[in-house]
Design a protein around this ligand. Sequence first.
Ligand code: F0G
Length: 347
Amino acid sequence: MGVIARYREHLPVGPETPEVDLNEGSTPLVPSRNIAGALGLKRLFFKYEGLNPTGSFKDRGMVVAVAKALERGSRVFICASTGNTSASMAAYAARTGARAIVVVPSGEIALNKLSQALMYGAKVIALKGNFDTALETVRDLSTNYPVALMNSVNPNRIEGQKTAAFEIVDELGDAPDYLVLPVGNAGNITAYWKGFREYRAAGRATCLPRMVGAQAEGAAPIVQGHPVANPMTVASAIRIGNPASWEGATSARDESGGMIAAVTDTEILSAQIRLANTEGLFAEPASAAPLALLFRLVREGKIDKDATTVVVLTGSGLKDPDAALKNVQPPIELDGDARALAKVLKL
Ligand code: F0G
């Protein structure tokens, strides 16, 4: 079952809305086995969004945005993307026979995200400049040409993405105390906050979480309080200097009593490896940013250790093999028999 079928009564869909799904959503909330203990946290969970059909949380919002665009009669979809949105949009366009145009910052997106968009049959334009330029360009294009804009400025994306908050509440029985997630274009933090508030208003939860957002230090406009002209970080998914949902993010932060803070690339990559090494969860660098922030908050004594914390792992580690391979030892090359192998392994 996809998110539209599972949460229909909370979504802007009706009898006229075409049925679209790839069985997205319903991702596991994985309890920490090792990191929680090491940090002295009572309850820590990972919402493993990398298990969505195209490997990121984007599928939740894309399925709703595509269904609504088809309902309106649109057959050409466009987005700017750091990679995951384009992969998701291309997949749902392929499934529904629509045309997909994706505009990505030239040379800046992870290899497997690009391969996904191309395999799903999208027309891919690698535009010179960064994500912010790409978004500005597609927004401009979509106001003058008959193409449906599928970035998270499309409110139907936010509607679909809020279902992740519903799932967490459904599984835990209430909202967690902290929800920690990466912030790039800021659609997702906006969507989670909307979801938690709506679910509480519907009587499905009694409390609201503190929303804790992580940006990368070289791409931290919200933390710095002004746009960043040349955002730089290894976490290419959140290499964004002027988030479209800026206000949604600051409202979520302020209304929830949370925070948005920046972590360094070194902290991100070490959190990514620790997550893979000690929990068996492989997430892309952007998804490791919130865990890096959690490590820091625990060090600084800024997290209540008896609380329930959920860290959102937004995308699969398989998306970005280059980032991962830079930080591990390469395989040992060997030409030999079992004895030679045993010797190399020091068995
Ligand atoms: N994590 C991953 C893996 C992402 O791909 C993104 C955004 C984010 C976090 C941040 O979410 O933008 O809602 O604050 N990726 C977009 C894209 C920008 O084009 O795929 P956000």
